[in-house]
Design a protein around this ligand. Sequence first.
Ligand code: MN
Length: 234
Amino acid sequence: MTNNGKKPAVSGAAARRTKPGNGKGAVSVGRAGTRSPGAIRQASLRRHTRETQIDLELTVDGAGAYQISTGIRFFDHMLELFTRHGGFDLTLKVVGDLDVDQHHTVEDTGIALGNAFDQALGDRKGINRAGYFLMPMDETLGLAAVDLSGRPHAVTETKVRTVRVGDLQTELVHDFFDGFAMGARANVHVKTVYGRSNHHKIEAIFKAFARALRNACSRDERMKDVLPSTKGLL
Ligand SMILES: [Mn+2]
């Protein structure tokens, strides 16, 4: 799916580095150069392993433009609305070993997306760092709380009892957020407070997550060059 394709210009030269990755394959990460306050925060990432091939371009300070294909249609739907509700821009192409099952595809997408946020946010100075959101969707209420704390941990409670919603294995919702938390070095809590429709339960969580993350990533005008931690490192 695609929309206006709006793409802000990269500020600074894109520095590119390649590292050996985790033994599963080569991983190269490109990121926007030195960020001045107000610069658009972006990252591009290529994560190719024997299980998944992921190519991703993220703009944190975007306008909700997306072009997303993971091979799992319901997952695409969730990532599309994540991008729009977050006000990000996301181009994401995932080719995973769906002949095994959806696990690697969903988990690795979470890791890669989290990595992209980590890269784009740099030293995390001058951002809110934490955010939360309560998202209603008809009869369902979804909750998300995010802290870009450097401490990876995810807690999920979807209250979905069916094995699948659409074509997505629902237990993998946790693996996505767990992967994201690892990749972004973030603490992520998402839950369905209540609801009936399984589609709504997952969708409300993704929307709440997008808006909580948007708040966490947003700049704090009063603390422009300040690290939002007394520890000295995020
Ligand atoms: Mn929907």
